[in-house]
Design a protein around this ligand. Structure first.
Ligand code: SF4
Length: 367
């Protein structure tokens, strides 16, 4: 199967659903770690179809959602400085910091631009030599190479007015953190196909040995996901702990070595504060010292204080699979996409947004 329509084929999906039902002798707990997978699982009703056989819980699959409040506050403060433009992706500008989001800062006069790629931010810098352009760089390993390319391009152009506020995060350390959380229930993972297309899947082999948990790499279409779930169930039923790649059209064992080389040239692995999780060892990237002059965190003084705010948001519990979005008391009541209390309801990849968007009838059911 090579084309998109084949991965949305209803007959193929129904066969896979029946195979999963036939194989599962008990209800297994599977976690997806990609917001795109979460959205497909909810959108296509896969979760409901398999409710009695598989408990599908959702992990930290949204890099926008896990970006720390402190970094958002910093970006907000930069946007309010004279002659400074903060550029980022559309989702990011709506996520609240401790006081404001970048969108709210823009309504107060902050200079915030939405871009579709980091290279767009370089172009803005080239066209606006009188302004400092700060690219707020969020994303998993998938988008880190594009930010690295933007930095290399800015260096080649000799731009003195371009910098990056690095917020790239790494998926595997978050999966390790989840496995070590008290009360963790995850019995198998659906690994994110797009991340693995960069990193490869060999990185999961020590993880699988250490934690005795199967990992299946899958894509995002219903047939991809059902195939991944079926493989997880088969391995769990047979007591097999291994890595299996069910996304061979995009992922190989070694991954994209050119993208990895660009990441390694520009960044070093570093500890990172994940919203809702705390500090995750090796959970992100920082710029290497030779690119320090492109690091906004070094170029600009952090002249903003993050304020501790009481929040009812249970985003951390949602992103670690401890609750499902509908179990949050604020879901659909105090928290909606129009009036979000937390990042998972803001981002298009957030789990709360997925349930709100594709499962509205659940709002009327008693919780
Ligand atoms: S529904 Fe809203 S308040 Fe509840 S966890 Fe999700 S984002 Fe946070």
């Amino acid at each position: 199967m090579k084309y998109l329509s084949e991965f949305r084929n209803v007959s193929a999906a129904k066969i896979l659903v029946q195979q999963i039902r036939d194989r599962a002798t008990r209800r297994w707990v599977l976690m997806d770690v990609c917001g795109g997978q979460t959205h497909s699982l909810v959108r296509y009703g896969i979760e409901q179809e398999l409710e009695e056989h598989v408990d599908l819980i959702h992990g930290p699959g949204c890099p926008v959602c896990v970006t720390s409040t402190e970094l958002i506050d910093f970006a907000v403060s930069l946007s309010l400085q004279p002659d400074t433009i903060v550029a980022s992706f559309g989702d990011m500008i709506r996520v609240p910091g401790s006081r404001d989001s970048l969108m709210q800062a823009r309504s107060r006069g902050g200079n915030v631009k939405i871009v579709y790629s980091p290279v767009d931010a370089v172009l803005i810098a080239a066209k606006n030599p009188q302004s400092q352009i700060v690219f707020f760089a969020v994303g998993f390993e998938t988008t880190a190479p594009a930010t690295a390319i933007a930095i290399l391009q800015a260096a080649k152009l000799g731009l003195q007015n371009f910098s990056v506020l690095p917020a790239h995060v790494r998926v595997l350390p978050a999966m390790q953190t989840i496995m070590e959380m008290p009360g963790n229930r995850v019995e198998a993972f659906l690994a994110a196909g797009h991340v693995c297309s960069v990193t490869g899947f060999a990185q999961y082999e020590p993880f699988v040995s250490n934690y005795k948990v199967p990992v299946v790499v899958t894509g995002f279409e219903p047939v991809d996901l059902l195939g991944g779930i079926l493989r997880c169930v088969e391995m769990l039923e047979q007591g097999i702990c291994a890595v299996d790649n069910r996304y061979g059209r995009s992922v190989c064992r070694a991954g994209n070595e050119s993208a990895q080389a660009i990441i390694n040239r520009v960044y070093m692995v570093d500890d990172r504060d994940w919203r809702g999780f705390g500090t995750i060892s090796g959970g992100g990237y920082r710029l290497r010292s030779e690119f320090a002059n492109f690091d906004a965190a070094k170029r600009f003084e952090r002249c903003v204080q993050t304020v501790a705010v009481e929040s009812l948001c249970r985003g951390g519990d949602v992103m670690s699979g401890r609750i499902k979005p509908k179990q949050c008391p604020a879901f659909g009541v105090g928290c909606t996409p129009e009036s979000p209390m937390g990042a998972p309801m803001v981002s298009s990849e957030g789990a709360c947004a997925a349930y709100y968007r594709f499962d509205p009838l659940q709002l009327e059911k008693p919780r």
